[in-house]
Every structure is written in structure tokens, then in C-alpha cells.
Unconditional design. Structure first.
Length: 336
């Protein structure tokens, strides 16, 4: 379908080399209730600082934030052990939340919070909940691509050599490969990666892939949905060279990953924050400011296909926690 516009030790080992966090602390001094929560945020400051200020304005709860990479912050939380300094972990992806959930670090969330989102976007164990979604798509040049691939494995065929773009160092691509491992096995993932080594042009970022399609450098790229729709909104759909498409139903290439939160302390304000993120104010913010999917049913902007119409693979997103094994396969294929 297309639209015109057993445990976390391996993860800790994989991340220990980068655990010198480039994280920065930020404080919101606007508390009026005397309550404050500390958040370790894998979501960047430029994306959520305004949202956190609104939270404090509406609730009176102050916020102190440490920003960094989600996987690195998850490893930091484990390093802190019984002396965890954060009340909330706000992760860019489900994998880091799943890793902490597997370690028993996260507190059980109230059912009234969990039930605000569909089961596929929350922890089966009830210890984390997604708050916004983003989908994987194909951005392609309709003037050059007459027949779209039905499966991610189609892209390993010789006829795609030099025509496609991927970003192996990008966390979203790595989550996609992890989904392949979870759904189809390591052998399938290795076969796909070997095919990408032969066929793909490599980029650092999703935005670079999309621009390469727009410039005619490549014919198809694997990106997150919002890059295309934000550019289309900025430039106008009629001025877009590329279009967007999805793989066949249930394909790992249609992965919908989530940003989400888990609670690390018994501070009641932490649970209040988790629930607030699933209220109308925060959900509108994700839809309007980050072009992500609302997980409580708000309509998307920019002509984005509704999340309920995407035939994404269904599995426990906590299983995206096995990042270290994915990185090993990507390195073995010579893509990192």
C-alpha cells in the first residue's frame, strides 16, 4: 500500500564503552506544589523541554531532567542499582524499557494508565507504557520504482544494488533489525544485512536518506514516517519527488516502535507524570510538534495514515531489548 506523500548483562557490556554519558541535566524551577520528579530522558531536550514545562504549569510538579541516549541511560540506571536517582525513565524506544523491565527495575504502573493505550503498545508485564508512536516506511521515487518490494527480504535481490538507502548506525534501523530477529530469526536478519552490504548506500540519518531520494541519488530508502510527512508539509506535497509506501501486512519493515515511560520510584508524582503523558495535552503535542502517532486515538496531522490502518507486525515490543545481539550482527555484516 502506498500514499502520495537472559538478562541485561550483554546490553551493559555493549554499552559500557559509551557509558561516559554526554547527558546534560536540566531543571525546571516552576514547581508550585513542592513536589519534584527526576527524569532520565532518552528523548532530546529540543523535543520535550516545552512539554515538560507545560506539565509543571498544569500540575505544579517540578521537573529535573537528565538527557542522554536511551540505551546509555538504561545502562546507567542499572549501574546505580539500589541508589537509582531517577523517578521516571522516558525512553525514545521500547527496547530500553524492555531491558529494564526484564531486570525488574521498573515499578508496576496503575491499570488506569496502562489501559489508556492498546495492549501492543505497552508492557505485557505492566511496567512500562508507550506514549507516542513512529512507524517505519519506504520513501521511494515513483518515476524510477515501478514495482514496490512486498517484503524487506526483496531488497536483497540483485536488481536493488545501489538503488536503496539505509542508516545502520541509527537506532530506528537497529530496532527494525531487532524486529526481524524476533519475528523471523537471526538467520533471516543476517541474510538481510548481508544483502544490504551488497545493495545499499549507507547514510547516518533518516533525513539524509529522504533527501537522497528527493535528489535522485537513490530510488528507495527505509526511514521513519514523520521525516517524509514533515518535509511534505514544509515544501508542499506537489513538490515532493518521493512517495511513501508500506510492506505487506505483518512485515517487520512496517514496525511501529514507541517512545514510552517506566516508573523507577515510589514517588506518586512519577505515576501522575506517566498518566499525564497520555492525556490530551501531551498527545496533541506529540501529534502537532513531533508528527508522531497518538496512542490514545487522536487523529494524526500532515495527512499521515492513521496508526489503526497500518498493518504492523504484532509482538511484545519489550523483545526489542536484545540490542547487543543486533549490533553484533550489523557489525558482522560490515555495516558498522
Amino acid at each position: 500500500m502506498k500514499i502520495g506523500r537472559n538478562r541485561l548483562a550483554p546490553l551493559v557490556l555493549a554499552l559500557s564503552a559509551v557509558l561516559a554519558l554526554g547527558a546534560c541535566a536540566s531543571e525546571n524551577p516552576g514547581s508550585t506544589s513542592g513536589e519534584t520528579i527526576t527524569i532520565y530522558s532518552g528523548r532530546s531536550e529540543d523535543l520535550i523541554a516545552g512539554l515538560l514545562e507545560t506539565f509543571t504549569t498544569e500540575t505544579g510538579i517540578g521537573v529535573e531532567v537528565r538527557y542522554g541516549d536511551s540505551a546509555e541511560l538504561a545502562a546507567q540506571i542499572l549501574e546505580e542499582g539500589d541508589n537509582i536517582r531517577a523517578d521516571v525513565f522516558f525512553s525514545q524506544d521500547a527496547g530500553a524499557l524492555g531491558a529494564l523491565g526484564n531486570e525488574g527495575v521498573l515499578k508496576a504502573l496503575p491499570s488506569e494508565t496502562l489501559e489508556l493505550v492498546p495492549p501492543e503498545y505497552r508492557s505485557d508485564a505492566g511496567v512500562w507504557v508507550g506514549v507516542s508512536g513512529r512507524g517505519r516506511v519506504m520513501a521511494f521515487d515513483p518515476e524510477k520504482v515501478s514495482e514496490l518490494p512486498k517484503s524487506y527480504m526483496d531488497l536483497t535481490r540483485p536488481e536493488w544494488k545501489g538503488r536503496i538507502g539505509i542508516a545502520p548506525s541509527n537506532a530506528s534501523f537497529q530496532a527494525f533489525v531487532t524486529a526481524i530477529r524476533v519475528l523471523d530469526g537471526d538467520e533471516a536478519a543476517s541474510s538481510f544485512l548481508d544483502g544490504m552490504k551488497l545493495n545499499a548506500v549507507l547514510f547516518e540519518k533518516n533525513s539524509q536518506i529522504l533527501q537522497a531520494v528527493e535528489d535522485g541519488v537513490i530510488e528507495l530508502g527505509l526511514i521513519n514516517h514523520y521525516y517524509w510527512f514533515e518535509l511534505a508539509e514544509e515544501t508542499g506535497v506537489t513538490d515532493m519527488r518521493s512517495e511513501v509506501a508500506w510492506f505487506q501486512a505483518g512485515d517487520p519493515g512496517n514496525l511501529i516502535n514507541v517512545a514510552g515511560v517506566g516508573v523507577l520510584s515510589d514517588n506518586p508524582a512519577a505515576n501522575e507524570f506517566a498518566k499525564w503523558l497520555l492525556g490530551e495535552t501531551a498527545q496533541k503535542y506529540f501529534v502537532e510538534k513531533t508528527a508522531e502517532y497518538s496512542l490514545i486515538g487522536l487523529d494524526p496531522m500532515y495527512g499521515i495514515k492513521p496508526i489503526t490502518e497500518i498493518e504492523a507486525p504484532v509482538f511484545d515490543l519489550s523483545d526489542l531489548a536484545t540490542l547487543s545481539e543486533t549490533l553484533e550482527l550489523i557489525r558482522k555484516a560490515g555495516l558498522l
